[in-house]
Design a protein around this ligand. Structure first.
Ligand code: TPP
Ligand code: SF4
Length: 344
Protein backbone atom coordinates (compact mmCIF):
# COMPACT_ATOMS: atom_id res chain seq x y z
CA UNK A 1 0.00 0.00 0.00
CA UNK A 2 1.16 3.56 -0.75
CA UNK A 3 1.55 4.45 2.93
CA UNK A 4 2.36 7.89 4.31
CA UNK A 5 6.04 7.37 5.07
CA UNK A 6 8.17 9.12 7.60
CA UNK A 7 10.47 11.45 5.67
CA UNK A 8 14.20 11.17 6.43
CA UNK A 9 15.57 14.30 8.07
CA UNK A 10 17.92 16.22 5.79
CA UNK A 11 20.61 17.97 7.81
CA UNK A 12 22.21 19.54 4.74
CA UNK A 13 19.53 22.20 4.16
CA UNK A 14 20.81 25.71 4.67
CA UNK A 15 19.33 29.16 4.13
CA UNK A 16 21.43 29.36 0.95
CA UNK A 17 20.39 26.11 -0.67
CA UNK A 18 16.69 26.47 0.24
CA UNK A 19 16.63 29.90 -1.45
CA UNK A 20 15.94 29.89 -5.20
CA UNK A 21 17.76 32.05 -7.75
CA UNK A 22 14.59 34.09 -8.46
CA UNK A 23 14.52 37.82 -7.77
CA UNK A 24 11.96 38.57 -5.04
CA UNK A 25 9.34 40.88 -6.56
CA UNK A 26 7.50 41.98 -3.42
CA UNK A 27 7.46 45.67 -2.42
CA UNK A 28 10.13 46.71 0.05
CA UNK A 29 8.69 46.36 3.56
CA UNK A 30 5.97 43.84 2.63
CA UNK A 31 5.05 41.38 5.41
CA UNK A 32 5.51 38.52 2.94
CA UNK A 33 9.30 38.72 3.46
CA UNK A 34 8.98 37.77 7.11
CA UNK A 35 6.65 34.86 6.34
CA UNK A 36 9.13 33.58 3.73
CA UNK A 37 12.01 33.90 6.22
CA UNK A 38 10.06 32.02 8.91
CA UNK A 39 9.12 29.31 6.43
CA UNK A 40 12.80 28.83 5.53
CA UNK A 41 13.66 28.57 9.21
CA UNK A 42 10.89 26.00 9.69
CA UNK A 43 12.07 23.86 6.76
CA UNK A 44 15.68 24.00 7.96
CA UNK A 45 14.77 23.22 11.59
CA UNK A 46 12.54 20.32 10.53
CA UNK A 47 15.14 19.06 8.05
CA UNK A 48 12.49 18.55 5.39
CA UNK A 49 14.28 17.30 2.25
CA UNK A 50 13.77 19.78 -0.59
CA UNK A 51 12.86 17.02 -3.04
CA UNK A 52 10.08 15.88 -0.69
CA UNK A 53 8.56 19.33 -0.23
CA UNK A 54 6.05 21.01 -2.54
CA UNK A 55 4.57 24.51 -2.37
CA UNK A 56 1.38 25.10 -4.34
CA UNK A 57 -0.16 28.55 -4.71
CA UNK A 58 -2.90 30.39 -6.58
CA UNK A 59 -2.58 33.99 -7.79
CA UNK A 60 -1.68 37.10 -5.82
CA UNK A 61 1.43 38.70 -4.34
CA UNK A 62 1.45 36.03 -1.62
CA UNK A 63 1.07 33.32 -4.25
CA UNK A 64 4.50 34.18 -5.71
CA UNK A 65 5.91 32.36 -2.68
CA UNK A 66 6.87 29.05 -4.41
CA UNK A 67 9.26 30.91 -6.78
CA UNK A 68 11.44 31.93 -3.91
CA UNK A 69 12.12 28.51 -2.43
CA UNK A 70 14.35 25.88 -3.96
CA UNK A 71 11.84 23.07 -3.40
CA UNK A 72 9.24 21.75 -5.84
CA UNK A 73 6.45 24.22 -6.48
CA UNK A 74 3.42 25.12 -8.59
CA UNK A 75 2.13 28.65 -9.19
CA UNK A 76 -1.34 27.60 -10.36
CA UNK A 77 -4.49 29.51 -11.32
CA UNK A 78 -6.56 31.84 -9.17
CA UNK A 79 -8.16 30.04 -6.23
CA UNK A 80 -7.32 26.57 -7.48
CA UNK A 81 -4.25 25.65 -5.43
CA UNK A 82 -6.33 23.22 -3.29
CA UNK A 83 -7.24 21.14 -6.38
CA UNK A 84 -3.62 20.88 -7.57
CA UNK A 85 -2.35 20.19 -4.03
CA UNK A 86 -4.95 17.43 -3.63
CA UNK A 87 -3.65 15.73 -6.77
CA UNK A 88 -0.04 16.08 -5.64
CA UNK A 89 -0.74 14.60 -2.22
CA UNK A 90 -2.86 11.70 -3.51
CA UNK A 91 -0.25 10.77 -6.12
CA UNK A 92 2.68 11.10 -3.69
CA UNK A 93 1.50 10.62 -0.10
CA UNK A 94 4.99 10.91 1.34
CA UNK A 95 5.43 14.53 0.17
CA UNK A 96 5.08 17.46 2.53
CA UNK A 97 2.54 19.65 0.71
CA UNK A 98 1.97 23.33 1.52
CA UNK A 99 -0.75 25.53 -0.01
CA UNK A 100 0.07 29.23 0.00
CA UNK A 101 -2.90 31.52 -0.57
CA UNK A 102 -4.14 35.06 0.11
CA UNK A 103 -7.45 36.26 1.56
CA UNK A 104 -8.62 37.07 -1.99
CA UNK A 105 -7.28 33.93 -3.62
CA UNK A 106 -8.40 31.55 -0.85
CA UNK A 107 -11.66 33.07 0.31
CA UNK A 108 -13.08 34.81 -2.74
CA UNK A 109 -12.57 32.92 -6.02
CA UNK A 110 -11.13 29.92 -4.13
CA UNK A 111 -13.57 29.77 -1.21
CA UNK A 112 -15.41 26.74 -2.49
CA UNK A 113 -12.17 24.88 -3.16
CA UNK A 114 -10.80 25.64 0.29
CA UNK A 115 -14.05 24.40 1.84
CA UNK A 116 -13.62 20.96 0.29
CA UNK A 117 -9.93 20.73 1.16
CA UNK A 118 -10.81 21.36 4.81
CA UNK A 119 -13.75 19.00 5.03
CA UNK A 120 -11.83 16.19 3.32
CA UNK A 121 -8.96 16.56 5.77
CA UNK A 122 -6.14 15.85 3.35
CA UNK A 123 -2.74 15.93 5.03
CA UNK A 124 -1.87 19.34 3.55
CA UNK A 125 -0.77 22.57 5.27
CA UNK A 126 -2.69 25.68 4.19
CA UNK A 127 -1.10 29.04 4.99
CA UNK A 128 -3.40 31.99 4.27
CA UNK A 129 -1.78 35.44 4.18
CA UNK A 130 -4.46 37.85 5.35
CA UNK A 131 -3.75 41.49 4.44
CA UNK A 132 -7.48 42.29 4.02
CA UNK A 133 -6.89 43.58 0.48
CA UNK A 134 -6.10 42.48 -3.06
CA UNK A 135 -2.41 43.43 -3.24
CA UNK A 136 -1.42 42.19 -6.69
CA UNK A 137 -4.29 43.93 -8.47
CA UNK A 138 -3.51 47.20 -6.67
CA UNK A 139 -5.83 47.58 -3.74
CA UNK A 140 -9.42 46.43 -4.24
CA UNK A 141 -11.31 45.37 -1.10
CA UNK A 142 -11.26 41.67 -0.29
CA UNK A 143 -13.62 39.25 1.51
CA UNK A 144 -11.83 39.96 4.79
CA UNK A 145 -11.96 43.76 4.51
CA UNK A 146 -14.13 45.39 7.20
CA UNK A 147 -17.48 47.00 6.33
CA UNK A 148 -17.00 50.56 5.13
CA UNK A 149 -13.52 49.96 3.73
CA UNK A 150 -12.72 52.65 1.17
CA UNK A 151 -10.70 51.19 -1.70
CA UNK A 152 -10.41 51.58 -5.46
CA UNK A 153 -13.30 49.16 -5.93
CA UNK A 154 -15.36 50.56 -3.03
CA UNK A 155 -14.87 54.35 -3.21
CA UNK A 156 -17.86 55.00 -0.91
CA UNK A 157 -17.06 52.17 1.51
CA UNK A 158 -17.63 48.42 1.14
CA UNK A 159 -21.07 47.18 2.14
CA UNK A 160 -20.58 43.43 2.63
CA UNK A 161 -19.58 41.90 5.95
CA UNK A 162 -16.14 40.28 6.20
CA UNK A 163 -15.31 36.58 6.50
CA UNK A 164 -13.48 35.55 9.65
CA UNK A 165 -11.05 32.96 8.19
CA UNK A 166 -10.78 31.05 11.49
CA UNK A 167 -14.59 30.77 11.80
CA UNK A 168 -14.74 29.72 8.14
CA UNK A 169 -12.16 26.94 8.61
CA UNK A 170 -13.92 25.71 11.76
CA UNK A 171 -17.25 25.77 9.94
CA UNK A 172 -15.71 23.54 7.24
CA UNK A 173 -14.60 21.02 9.93
CA UNK A 174 -10.88 21.74 9.55
CA UNK A 175 -8.98 19.60 12.06
CA UNK A 176 -6.13 22.05 12.78
CA UNK A 177 -6.90 25.77 12.94
CA UNK A 178 -4.40 28.40 14.07
CA UNK A 179 -3.45 32.07 13.72
CA UNK A 180 -0.07 33.82 13.66
CA UNK A 181 1.39 37.21 12.53
CA UNK A 182 4.18 38.25 10.18
CA UNK A 183 5.61 40.49 12.93
CA UNK A 184 5.78 37.75 15.55
CA UNK A 185 8.40 35.50 13.91
CA UNK A 186 9.04 33.14 16.81
CA UNK A 187 5.36 32.35 17.25
CA UNK A 188 4.89 32.05 13.48
CA UNK A 189 7.65 29.39 13.28
CA UNK A 190 5.99 27.55 16.18
CA UNK A 191 2.64 27.55 14.33
CA UNK A 192 4.24 26.39 11.05
CA UNK A 193 5.93 23.52 12.88
CA UNK A 194 2.69 22.52 14.58
CA UNK A 195 0.86 22.66 11.24
CA UNK A 196 3.46 20.36 9.73
CA UNK A 197 3.25 17.93 12.66
CA UNK A 198 -0.54 17.63 12.36
CA UNK A 199 -1.63 14.60 10.35
CA UNK A 200 -4.58 16.03 8.47
CA UNK A 201 -5.44 19.40 6.96
CA UNK A 202 -3.78 22.26 8.85
CA UNK A 203 -4.89 25.83 8.46
CA UNK A 204 -2.80 28.78 9.61
CA UNK A 205 -4.11 32.30 9.06
CA UNK A 206 -1.20 34.76 9.08
CA UNK A 207 -1.90 38.45 9.62
CA UNK A 208 0.25 40.17 6.99
CA UNK A 209 0.93 43.84 6.46
CA UNK A 210 0.56 45.18 2.91
CA UNK A 211 2.43 48.43 3.40
CA UNK A 212 1.42 49.75 -0.03
CA UNK A 213 -2.37 49.27 -0.17
CA UNK A 214 -3.43 48.57 3.43
CA UNK A 215 -0.66 49.70 5.74
CA UNK A 216 -0.99 49.37 9.51
CA UNK A 217 -4.25 47.40 9.77
CA UNK A 218 -2.74 45.16 12.46
CA UNK A 219 -0.70 47.90 14.06
CA UNK A 220 -2.45 47.67 17.44
CA UNK A 221 -1.61 43.93 17.53
CA UNK A 222 2.03 44.28 16.50
CA UNK A 223 3.20 47.57 18.05
CA UNK A 224 5.09 46.75 21.30
CA UNK A 225 3.25 49.63 23.04
CA UNK A 226 -0.22 48.18 22.45
CA UNK A 227 0.33 44.49 21.65
CA UNK A 228 0.06 43.07 25.17
CA UNK A 229 -3.35 44.71 25.71
CA UNK A 230 -4.75 43.54 22.40
CA UNK A 231 -3.37 40.03 21.88
CA UNK A 232 -3.93 36.85 23.86
CA UNK A 233 -1.88 33.72 23.18
CA UNK A 234 -3.80 30.45 23.25
CA UNK A 235 -2.01 27.70 25.18
CA UNK A 236 -3.57 24.29 25.61
CA UNK A 237 -4.80 23.73 29.19
CA UNK A 238 -3.92 27.27 30.20
CA UNK A 239 -6.26 30.16 31.01
CA UNK A 240 -6.44 33.15 28.65
CA UNK A 241 -4.39 35.87 30.36
CA UNK A 242 -3.05 39.05 28.79
CA UNK A 243 -2.02 42.66 29.47
CA UNK A 244 1.37 44.20 30.29
CA UNK A 245 1.12 43.13 33.91
CA UNK A 246 -0.67 39.89 33.04
CA UNK A 247 -3.54 41.10 35.19
CA UNK A 248 -6.42 40.66 32.78
CA UNK A 249 -8.10 37.44 31.73
CA UNK A 250 -10.99 36.11 29.67
CA UNK A 251 -13.79 34.28 31.45
CA UNK A 252 -16.79 32.47 30.09
CA UNK A 253 -20.21 33.61 31.26
CA UNK A 254 -22.79 31.24 29.80
CA UNK A 255 -22.26 31.55 26.06
CA UNK A 256 -20.38 34.82 26.34
CA UNK A 257 -16.71 35.61 26.82
CA UNK A 258 -16.03 38.49 29.20
CA UNK A 259 -13.05 40.45 30.45
CA UNK A 260 -11.91 39.61 34.00
CA UNK A 261 -9.64 41.79 36.15
CA UNK A 262 -7.22 39.53 38.00
CA UNK A 263 -6.65 40.91 41.49
CA UNK A 264 -6.93 37.86 43.70
CA UNK A 265 -6.36 34.12 43.51
CA UNK A 266 -10.15 33.70 43.35
CA UNK A 267 -10.27 35.87 40.20
CA UNK A 268 -7.78 33.50 38.56
CA UNK A 269 -9.89 30.50 39.51
CA UNK A 270 -12.86 31.96 37.61
CA UNK A 271 -10.97 31.74 34.31
CA UNK A 272 -11.62 28.78 32.06
CA UNK A 273 -8.74 26.83 30.53
CA UNK A 274 -8.26 26.72 26.78
CA UNK A 275 -8.85 23.23 25.37
CA UNK A 276 -7.62 22.91 21.80
CA UNK A 277 -8.69 19.22 21.80
CA UNK A 278 -12.34 20.05 22.56
CA UNK A 279 -14.29 18.16 19.87
CA UNK A 280 -17.29 20.51 20.19
CA UNK A 281 -16.90 22.97 17.29
CA UNK A 282 -19.05 25.45 19.21
CA UNK A 283 -16.26 26.15 21.70
CA UNK A 284 -13.56 27.00 19.11
CA UNK A 285 -16.14 28.89 17.07
CA UNK A 286 -17.00 31.13 20.03
CA UNK A 287 -13.30 31.70 20.59
CA UNK A 288 -12.87 32.76 16.96
CA UNK A 289 -15.56 35.40 17.58
CA UNK A 290 -13.25 37.23 20.01
CA UNK A 291 -11.53 38.65 16.92
CA UNK A 292 -14.54 40.90 16.25
CA UNK A 293 -15.10 41.85 19.89
CA UNK A 294 -13.53 45.30 20.51
CA UNK A 295 -13.72 44.72 24.29
CA UNK A 296 -11.54 41.62 24.16
CA UNK A 297 -8.10 40.67 22.82
CA UNK A 298 -7.46 38.93 19.51
CA UNK A 299 -6.42 35.28 19.98
CA UNK A 300 -3.23 33.96 18.38
CA UNK A 301 -2.27 30.30 18.49
CA UNK A 302 -4.04 26.99 17.99
CA UNK A 303 -7.83 27.26 18.24
CA UNK A 304 -8.43 23.56 17.63
CA UNK A 305 -6.53 20.38 16.84
CA UNK A 306 -8.45 17.14 16.39
CA UNK A 307 -7.12 13.72 15.48
CA UNK A 308 -8.95 12.20 12.54
CA UNK A 309 -7.87 9.90 9.69
CA UNK A 310 -6.75 11.96 6.72
CA UNK A 311 -8.46 11.57 3.34
CA UNK A 312 -5.22 10.48 1.63
CA UNK A 313 -4.66 7.72 4.19
CA UNK A 314 -8.24 6.43 3.80
CA UNK A 315 -8.08 6.77 0.01
CA UNK A 316 -5.05 4.48 -0.33
CA UNK A 317 -6.41 2.07 2.28
CA UNK A 318 -9.67 1.80 0.34
CA UNK A 319 -7.81 1.00 -2.90
CA UNK A 320 -5.86 -1.75 -1.12
CA UNK A 321 -9.01 -3.18 0.47
CA UNK A 322 -10.88 -3.30 -2.87
CA UNK A 323 -7.84 -4.87 -4.60
CA UNK A 324 -7.70 -7.57 -1.94
CA UNK A 325 -11.40 -8.27 -2.45
CA UNK A 326 -11.70 -8.01 -6.24
CA UNK A 327 -8.16 -8.34 -7.54
CA UNK A 328 -6.21 -5.88 -9.67
CA UNK A 329 -8.35 -3.77 -12.00
CA UNK A 330 -8.32 -3.92 -15.80
CA UNK A 331 -9.01 -0.52 -17.41
CA UNK A 332 -9.79 -2.00 -20.87
CA UNK A 333 -12.31 -4.42 -19.40
CA UNK A 334 -13.88 -1.59 -17.40
CA UNK A 335 -14.28 0.62 -20.47
CA UNK A 336 -16.04 -2.18 -22.31
CA UNK A 337 -18.36 -2.98 -19.41
CA UNK A 338 -22.09 -2.28 -19.80
CA UNK A 339 -23.71 -0.89 -22.90
CA UNK A 340 -21.39 0.25 -25.68
CA UNK A 341 -22.20 1.83 -29.03
CA UNK A 342 -20.43 1.70 -32.36
CA UNK A 343 -20.81 4.94 -34.32
CA UNK A 344 -20.66 4.45 -38.09
C1 TPP B 1 -9.78 34.29 -12.92
C2 TPP B 1 -9.08 35.52 -12.37
N1 TPP B 1 -9.82 36.50 -11.84
C3 TPP B 1 -9.22 37.59 -11.33
C4 TPP B 1 -7.87 37.71 -11.37
C5 TPP B 1 -7.23 38.98 -10.82
N2 TPP B 1 -6.57 38.78 -9.53
C6 TPP B 1 -5.25 38.45 -9.48
S1 TPP B 1 -4.68 38.34 -7.90
C7 TPP B 1 -6.21 38.77 -7.29
C8 TPP B 1 -6.45 38.91 -5.81
C9 TPP B 1 -5.28 38.60 -4.97
O1 TPP B 1 -5.55 38.94 -3.64
P1 TPP B 1 -4.98 38.09 -2.45
O2 TPP B 1 -5.24 36.65 -2.62
O3 TPP B 1 -5.51 38.68 -1.19
O4 TPP B 1 -3.41 38.24 -2.60
P2 TPP B 1 -2.38 39.40 -2.30
O5 TPP B 1 -2.00 39.93 -3.65
O6 TPP B 1 -3.03 40.43 -1.44
O7 TPP B 1 -1.25 38.68 -1.62
C10 TPP B 1 -7.14 38.97 -8.31
C11 TPP B 1 -8.54 39.35 -8.11
C12 TPP B 1 -7.12 36.66 -11.93
N3 TPP B 1 -5.78 36.70 -11.96
N4 TPP B 1 -7.74 35.58 -12.42
S1 SF4 C 1 1.28 45.15 -2.99
FE1 SF4 C 1 1.19 44.77 -0.79
S2 SF4 C 1 1.05 42.53 -0.58
FE2 SF4 C 1 1.79 43.00 -2.68
S3 SF4 C 1 4.01 42.92 -2.51
FE3 SF4 C 1 3.39 45.05 -2.24
S4 SF4 C 1 3.22 45.30 -0.03
FE4 SF4 C 1 3.21 43.11 -0.44
Amino acid sequence: MAEQTTVQIDTTITKQNITSDQEVRWCVGCGDYSILAQMKKTLIDLGLPREKTVFVSGIGCSSRFPYYLDTYGFHTIHGRAPAVATGVKLANPDLSVWVITGDGDGLSIGGNHLLHLFRRNLDINVILFNNQIYGLTKGQYSPTSPVGKVTKSSPYGSLDGPINPISFALGCSATFVARAMDRDPKHLVEMLKRAHAHKGCSFVEVYQNCNIYNDGIYFNLTDPATKSDNVVYLEHNEPLIYGKEKNTGVKLNGFKFEKAELKTEADHEKLFKHDEKNPDPGYAFMLSGLTENPELPTPLGVFRELEQDSFDKMFHQQIEDVKKDKGKGDIKKLLLTGETWTIN
